[in-house]
Write a protein that binds this ligand. Structure first.
Ligand code: GLC
Length: 531
């Protein structure tokens, strides 16, 4: 491909991914088919009718590869197979085919920054010793100090503690996350080729998209200091240009970046037409429940994406962040990895009200939408898990100061009055709160006022009326977000303290909560049809 022919330069407005609602499946907590307490492909396949009924267009699965689970599967031991507790490669292929038969696309998660210390490449690197080509696939270095007893530099792991671990022969290897997740050396062409081959392996099996984990971290300046030495270095873009070329060998396959960067201009570089197709909007996810802040976030997002022809994405939650119902019920409604506000009091009724309004806001915006499993059930963060059951490496690596992300990863409640709530026959790998009997999919599917029904109705209307495109702001009042979409739908969200009057409209299509006469109450959103 020549440098001037960008494959995505004339975006196809009808492309499936531009306006898709993408449902995130955290497999080990979704549904358990074999009774071992761990969600799996059999459980997911049995629940495909639920996802089809919910009305999503694609499923993104967190890593499903063989893994010692030091970081919930983000420590991949083999990129070309399926974790045995999840199922087999044949089952994965059947899942892809069954999803396709229902009109649902599939997206798999590739982790290119690091592998697992149980991966063959890493074990061979340990055996082969210093100076070997096997070690060149990773970032091994000699230590500092007379006997090399100090790490090569002071970089810290994102999960806490030093980013280096020493091996028996005295060398150290870099791991930006847990020690069980050694970082690859992306300056080595063998690593580049290996991942091109992994992409083809999954595209050949029919997956429609790749979610790229920790996408901004792959290139390192080993002489640099602090986060700047490994975050968003210019060299990463060559890697994704190579990945885009691989995707273009196939029909209609996409790359989605996990790119956490505060600087929107730097973020936009990943969405150039010869790099990724889309990336998660973490600015929106982290934004406080505040009209001015949300408007700024939405406007910046649109301004960043529209000139590039890349669809924006709208994300309220995922497997790494606090559940919206809990987050929005707190006095401080923003999200920050550095301070998860664990245990900060949260008003459940207020949180639910706002989460419902936020869902209608996110669904009405132009572009792609992500829904993390359980968000459609309004599950809260589980903050009182017994410490001895916590599995997130952040808990241990932070010296037990940060409980980490297990609270948003508790197995889903499907049906019944008590745990395991139809999750599977065995005891779930994390305990479910008994109060979740009111939140099961079964209860909610039968309740017209439930969060599930709101999501299902919203997703249907969104599919019929919205998707990708643009918006025009309407000025309705202070503390109110209001905009009109091309199809004639108006979304109004009242984040102020007082009820507000609605702009002129023909009918109310959907509301996140009851109206106060003809006025929209605080923390409520409404979709209006106009003539
Ligand atoms: C990403 C994943 C997260 C994981 C980390 C390391 O941020 O979303 O769950 O722990 O990468 O792979």
């Amino acid at each position: 491909m020549s440098g001037s022919t960008f494959p995505g330069a004339t975006p196809d407005p009808e492309a499936w991914w531009r306006g898709a609602a993408i449902y995130q499946v955290y497999l080990r907590s979704f549904a358990d088919g074999n009774g071992d307490g761990i969600g799996d492909l059999a459980g997911l396949r049995a629940r495909l009718p639920y996802l089809s009924d919910l009305g999503i267009g694609a499923i993104w699965l967190n890593p499903w590869y063989p893994s010692p689970m030091a970081d919930g599967g983000y420590d991949v031991a083999d990129y070309r197979d399926i974790e045995p507790s999840f199922g087999t490669l044949a089952e994965a292929e059947e899942f892809i085919a069954e999803a396709h038969a229902l009109g649902i696309k599939t997206i798999t998660d590739i982790v290119p920054n690091h592998g697992s210390d149980q991966q063959k490449w890493f074990m061979r690197a340990l055996e082969a010793g210093p100076g070997s080509p096997e070690r060149e696939r990773f970032l091994f270095r000699e230590g500092r100090g007379a006997g090399g007893e100090l790490p090569p530099n002071d970089w810290q792991s994102i999960f806490g503690g030093p980013a280096w671990t020493r091996v028996a022969d005295g060398q150290w290897y870099l791991h930006l996350f847990a020690p069980e997740q050694p970082d690859f050396n992306w300056a080595n062409p063998e690593v580049v080729e290996e991942f091109h081959d992994v992409l083809r392996f999954w595209f050949d099996r029919g997956v429609d998209g790749i979610r790229i984990d920790s996408a901004a971290l792959l290139v390192k300046d080993m002489d640099g200091e602090g986060e700047e030495a490994y975050t968003d270095l210019d060299g990463v873009h060559d890697i994704y240009r190579g990945w885009r070329r691989v995707a273009e060998e196939y029909d209609d396959r996409i790359l989605i970046g996990e790119v956490w960067l505060p600087d929107q201009e730097r973020f936009a570089l990943y969405l150039r037409p010869d790099e990724m197709h889309t990336a998660f909007n973490f600015d929106f996810l982290a934004c406080a429940w505040d009209a001015a802040a949300l408007r700024r976030s939405i406007e910046e997002t649109l301004a960043t994406h529209i000139p590039l022809g890349a669809p924006p994405t709208w994300v309220l939650s995922n497997h790494d962040v606090t559940r919206p119902v809990t987050k929005y019920g707190r006095a401080d409604t923003s999200f920050d990895h550095a301070d998860r506000k664990h245990g900060m009091p949260s008003d459940p009724a207020l949180g639910e009200r706002r989460a419902r309004a936020a869902a209608l806001l996110a669904m009405a915006l132009p572009g792609g939408l992500y829904v993390y499993q359980g968000e459609e059930l309004g599950l809260p963060e589980v903050e009182d898990l017994p410490d001895e059951l916590r599995q997130d490496p952040i808990w241990v690596r932070s010296g037990h100061t940060d409980p980490g992300r297990d609270g948003c990863r508790v197995p889903l409640p499907w049906s019944g009055d008590e745990p395991p709530f139809g999750f599977g026959a065995g005891q779930p790998w994390l305990p479910q709160p008994p109060e979740w009997k009111a939140l099961t999919a079964e209860v909610q599917a039968a309740d017209p006022a439930s969060m599930f029904t709101l999501y299902r109705t919203g997703l249907r209307l969104r599919r019929e009326l919205l998707g990708d495109g643009t918006l025009a702001w309407l000025e309705v009042g202070e503390g109110v977000l209001a905009f009109r979409r091309e199809s004639g739908l108006i979304c109004v969200v009242n984040l102020g303290a007082e009820p507000v009057s609605l702009p002129e409209h023909e009918s109310i299509l959907l509301a996140s909560g009851p109206m106060e006469g003809d006025r929209l109450p605080s923390d409520t959103a409404v979709w209006l049809r106009v003539i």
